[in-house]
Ligand binder design. Structure first.
Ligand code: AHG
Ligand code: MN
Ligand code: MN
Length: 337
């Protein structure tokens, strides 16, 4: 192991020192999330060996069949968040509505200050095929003064996020987060059980030649979008076309690859799903915060994702995220609609 390592905890404590008024709740909250993801990672890596693959037989509020690992990840995260004393409300893809949380320490100095939205297990359809999956989280400061959090605390616009991140359970387990001062990547060293800093201040490579989209939906896309996809396939060396198509089907894995290699990920609206498939509060918002911190851009095809005013907890949004120049080009084609 290299002797100059920085753990995730050390990194967030150094970040905390930038705020003299910090109570330490954000550091404790991020630590709790990292701990939960270490536990989930263990289970993901054993999933094939214990009876945790396959379906539970339930259908969640999204209308999707629930996998055992979805439930397991959701149980771990919601338990840790509710008992940690830092959160007044939380929402999860696997919970019908938000969960209000009583203050753990009743004195006003340590009122539970934060709200967390999470996708406990992203890419569920890939679990049984041993393809990378992940966890996504988004953190806001509460808007109400005290007591259990309310829907007002939960439905905040993305620019209000205090921190956001994701974990990819892949060939290794990596955690990427931002607290507004750059996007940073940590790799789990299972021998010591710590996330060690592996890539500080990630910047999306300036030029990309990767696009990620489920082209099976092509016939349901708008004319403008179909023209954009055709444009990406034309031959033109000047603009690095044709682009390469890469699509795993796990948002976190597709996004993480594009963050490091450059590229645009799209989950557009289509004639069947007017708002696309991905959820604003716990998929689009957190990844958009990271993309912008890494010098990229993220929009719903018209406006900045982080400026989309939420009206419902599980609301969906079209998503175009990655290199700024690619997202701008996609928006240009969409204007033709
Ligand atoms: P989840 O497993 O949390 O429901 O998310 C699945 C999402 C996202 O991970 C991925 O990008 C997208 O579904 C893939 O959708 P398609 O299979 O329709 O392409
Ligand atoms: Mn998801
Ligand atoms: Mn999920």
């Amino acid at each position: 192991m290299n002797t100059k390592f920085t753990t995730f905890y050390r990194h967030i404590i150094d970040e905390e020192r930038r705020f003299p008024e910090a109570t330490g709740q954000l550091s404790n909250l991020l630590s709790d999330i990292a701990l939960s993801c270490k536990v989930i990672s263990q289970e993901v890596n054993r999933a094939g060996l214990i009876d945790i693959l396959g379906f539970t037989g339930e259908i969640n509020i999204q209308g999707e069949e629930v996998k055992k690992l979805d439930v397991y990840a959701n149980d771990i995260l919601t338990y840790t968040l509710q008992t940690g004393g830092n959160v007044c409300a939380l929402s999860s893809e696997e919970e019908d509505t938000f969960i209000p949380v009583e203050g753990k320490y009743s004195d006003k100095f340590s009122e539970n200050k934060y709200v967390v939205h999470c996708d406990p297990l992203d890419g569920s359809s890939n679990i049984d095929a041993n393809i990378s999956i992940g966890t996504i989280f988004s953190i806001f400061k509460r808007e109400t003064e005290k007591g259990p959090g309310t829907m007002k605390d939960c439905l905040q616009v993305g620019v209000n996020q205090i921190a956001a991140g994701y974990v990819v359970y892949g060939s290794s387990t990596v955690l990427v987060y931002t607290a507004g001062d750059g996007a940073h990547c940590f790799t789990l060293d299972p021998t010591v059980g710590e996330f060690l800093l592996s890539n500080e201040n990630i910047k999306i490579p300036k030029e990309s030649k990767i696009y990620s989209a489920n082209e099976g939906n092509y016939s349901k896309w708008s004319k403008g979008l179909q023209n954009y996809i055709r444009y990406l396939k034309e031959v033109d060396n000047e603009t690095r076309r044709p682009y390469s198509s890469r699509y795993v089907g796990s948002l976190v894995a597709d996004f993480h690859r594009n963050l490091l290699y450059g590229g645009i990920f799209m989950y557009p609206a289509d004639s069947k799903n007017k708002n696309g498939k991905l959820r604003l509060m716990y998929e689009a918002n957190p990844l958009s915060f990271i993309a912008e911190q890494a010098g990229g851009k993220s929009s719903n095809g018209k406006i900045r994702i982080l400026e989309v005013e939420p009206t419902e907890l599980h609301q969906r949004t079209p998503l175009f995220i990655g290199n700024t120049e690619d997202v701008l080009m996609a928006e240009k084609f969409l204007k033709e609609d």
